[in-house]
Design a protein around this ligand. Structure first.
Ligand code: PEP
Ligand code: MN
Length: 274
């Protein structure tokens, strides 16, 4: 790792981001949940109401999807943005959605509170630079094949343009193992803390690709000091168009909430709050 970079993110104390009065950072825990893809208004509203009742304040749903196959469902696009905006106004939740290209940034920054950059776009520097001109917090997922240094420098592209509000998300990297979809790199949590002032959250859904592993990976992430979790959730996971094999239902999510809270209380006593 090149230690001579002048990284803006290394300066100062841990970053605290504020979005609609909700703080995100090392001293807080950010729980983000929702469907992989926004499929229709009614389902999204039902999911949001459930999540809100459970105390979750961040609603995630994809409107533009980066699918491996061009023939797979690509998302509801602007209609999906309208749905999630309306649902979030009704439920008073903070929205997260993925932006897939630089041309969409202006539109999405109007509709969505927190913009997500997916694993396939971590190296899309024109997209990152455009996001650097906005004030929306950005969730920057790690590329499935990037080193930590490359990931941090991708964050630096956003920060260098003037937007310091970057949240890093470890979502699994490609290894020789294929029992899971990717391999969750737990060591990334401490590495990011050593090297930057940015919050780091974990996505156990895309990393494992397996519903039966979401809970244990969430517990491990929280115990290792993650500042948040991003979990694909739906009331009927098997019926979803996209990523159903890794999507969990509300009962599983509740269990994760209860058990991760216990871990945070017992290990970090008062160091973080929601
Ligand atoms: C997603 O969050 O829906 C997604 C596609 O994630 P990733 O970019 O990590 O594959
Ligand atoms: Mn997904």
């Amino acid at each position: 790792m090149n230690k001579n970079f002048i990284w803006k993110m290394q300066k100062g104390k841990p970053l605290e981001i504020k979005i609609k009065d909700m703080p995100i950072g090392r001293e807080h825990f950010t729980f983000i949940a929702g469907p992989c893809t926004i499929e229709n208004y009614d389902d999204l509203l039902e999911i949001a109401i459930h999540l809100k009742r459970m105390g979750i304040k961040f609603l995630r749903g994809g409107a533009y999807k980066m699918r491996t196959s061009p023939y797979d469902f690509q998302g509801l696009k602007e209609q999906g943005l309208n749905f999630i905006k309306e649902v979030s106004e009704k439920t008073e939740m903070i929205t997260v959605s993925e932006v897939i290209c630089a041309e969409d940034v202006d539109l999405m920054a109007e509709y969505i509170d927190i913009l997500q950059v997916g694993t396939r776009n971590m190296y899309n520097y024109s997209l990152l630079k455009k996001l650097g001109k906005k004030t929306n917090p950005i969730i920057l997922k790690r590329s499935m094949s990037s080193k930590i240094e490359e990931w941090l420098l991708a964050a630096e592209y956003i920060i260098a343009e003037g937007n310091p509000n970057v949240i890093l998300c470890e979502r699994g990297i490609r290894t020789f193992e294929d029992y899971t979809r990717y391999t969750l790199d737990i060591s990334a949590i401490q590495a990011v803390k050593n090297l930057s002032n940015l919050p780091i959250i974990i996505d156990p859904s895309h990393s494992s690709g397996r519903r039966d592993m979401i809970e244990s990976l969430s517990l491990a992430a929280v115990a290792a000091g993650a500042n948040g979790l991003l979990i694909e959730t739906h009331f009927a996971p098997d019926s979803t168009i996209c990523d159903s094999q890794q999507t969990i239902d509300f009962e599983m999510l509740k269990n994760i909430l209860v058990r991760t809270n216990k871990i945070r209380e017992s290990i970090f006593q008062g160091e973080t709050d929601e």
